[in-house]
Ligand binder design. Structure first.
Ligand SMILES: *[C@@H]1O[C@H](CO)[C@@H](O)[C@H](O)[C@H]1NC(C)=O
Ligand SMILES: *[C@@H]1O[C@H](CO)[C@@H](O)[C@H](O)[C@H]1NC(C)=O
Ligand SMILES: *[C@@H]1O[C@H](CO)[C@@H](O)[C@H](O)[C@H]1NC(C)=O
Ligand SMILES: *[C@@H]1O[C@H](CO)[C@@H](O)[C@H](O)[C@H]1NC(C)=O
Length: 286
């Protein structure tokens, strides 16, 4: 059984049940919210075993292989990619070593010890991160602080410069689609564009993530290069993101720029309406 489902099942019980359980700050009614009591003395009330289990799993020390820790760790991955990603540098979560969570004011705060890895060079490094998930109405992006050792030691300067020079003169605009294809294949020449699409997707996935989501990029449906402007390579991307908890495939169109000096920037994002004939995995419900 999925932990998210457990939480959703339990919260109404807590909210409508024993009022001594809802000991949070009292800032408005907890109607339909994801508030979760974290400071309830276990011996003092009539909580069921299920409620106690949920409490143990979502605050305090987290199991590194369970969803709450992995979801938060994946947000750190997106954060690092928005800062350091490039067509030759794409950072992935390799391992969650430890994690803990606590409620602080109106936020949930996570502390994580992670190993992150760069896909292309295979260089890995340790990362300590602190995340704040804002809660309540008008969801905003999680706030991340991270420090790391060992990451970013691969020198991608030469590859990036060659890629930049190759594509900067706009007399041979490049485009591509279905990266990777449904067999998982892609042309070697398309790999940097796949990485760039993944890094650009991290800008959206960072912004859209909350405690109940787990996003990754499934595919670059297509991209087209646009005229270089102000020394920035520019691309339109259409990416397919996979939200693993709801099993939804979500389409976004992005305007992406990159240069070795300025890094990756995402200037426009546009959520695409759900299509009913898209290439979704078999267990997707759309
Ligand atoms: C990274 O690891 C992959 C798979 O293990 C390997 O194919 C690739 O050559 C490695 N790259 C480098 C730069 O070591
Ligand atoms: C990376 O390599 C380039 C040459 O390809 C060199 O000029 C540069 O100093 C190197 N950077 C680092 C951080 O080692
Ligand atoms: C998290 O994001 C998903 C997808 O945007 C949304 O459906 C859900 O309501 C959000 N959950 C919370 C607790 O904000
Ligand atoms: C890109 O892919 C999307 C989704 O498959 C499709 O709707 C769109 O027409 C494609 N755009 C281009 C320029 O091929």
């Amino acid at each position: 059984m999925d932990w998210t489902l457990l939480i959703l099942l339990v919260v109404p019980t807590v909210v409508h049940g024993n009022p001594t359980v809802t000991v949070r700050t009292g800032s408005g009614p907890p109607v339909g919210s994801d508030q979760h009591p974290n400071s309830v003395p276990l011996s003092e009330d009539t909580q069921t075993t299920t409620e106690v289990m949920v409490e143990v799993m979502t605050t305090g020390v987290l199991n590194p292989s369970h969803y709450p820790a992995r979801r938060a760790a994946t947000v750190v991955q997106h954060y690092l990619n928005t800062l350091y990603g490039s067509p030759y540098r794409w950072i992935f979560l390799s391992k969650v070593h430890s994690g803990s969570a606590e409620d602080v004011a109106e936020m949930r705060k996570y502390q994580l010890e992670l190993t992150m890895q760069e896909t292309i060079s295979n260089v890995s490094g340790q990362c300590s991160a602190e995340l704040l998930f804002p809660r309540g109405e008008g969801q905003s992006a999680p706030q991340v602080q991270a420090s790391y050792e060992g990451l970013l030691q691969s020198n991608t300067t030469a590859q990036e410069e060659a890629f930049y020079q190759q594509h900067r003169a706009s007399n041979n605009m490049v485009s591509g689609n279905d990266i990777p294809d449904s067999y998982g294949h892609m042309e070697p020449s398309m790999k940097p564009f796949w990485h760039l699409g993944g890094v650009a997707s991290s800008f959206i996935m960072l912004r859209e993530s909350n405690e109940s989501t787990l996003y990754n990029m499934a595919q670059v449906a297509n991209f087209t290069q646009l005229e270089t402007e102000k020394d920035q390579l520019r691309f339109n991307y259409h990416v397919l993101l996979h939200e693993m908890i709801s099993q939804e495939i979500i389409h976004w169109k992005l305007l992406v720029t990159w240069s070795p000096e300025q890094g990756v920037q995402v200037l426009q994002t546009e959520l695409q309406p759900k299509s009913h004939d898209c290439e979704a995995p078999p267990n997707t419900t759309n």
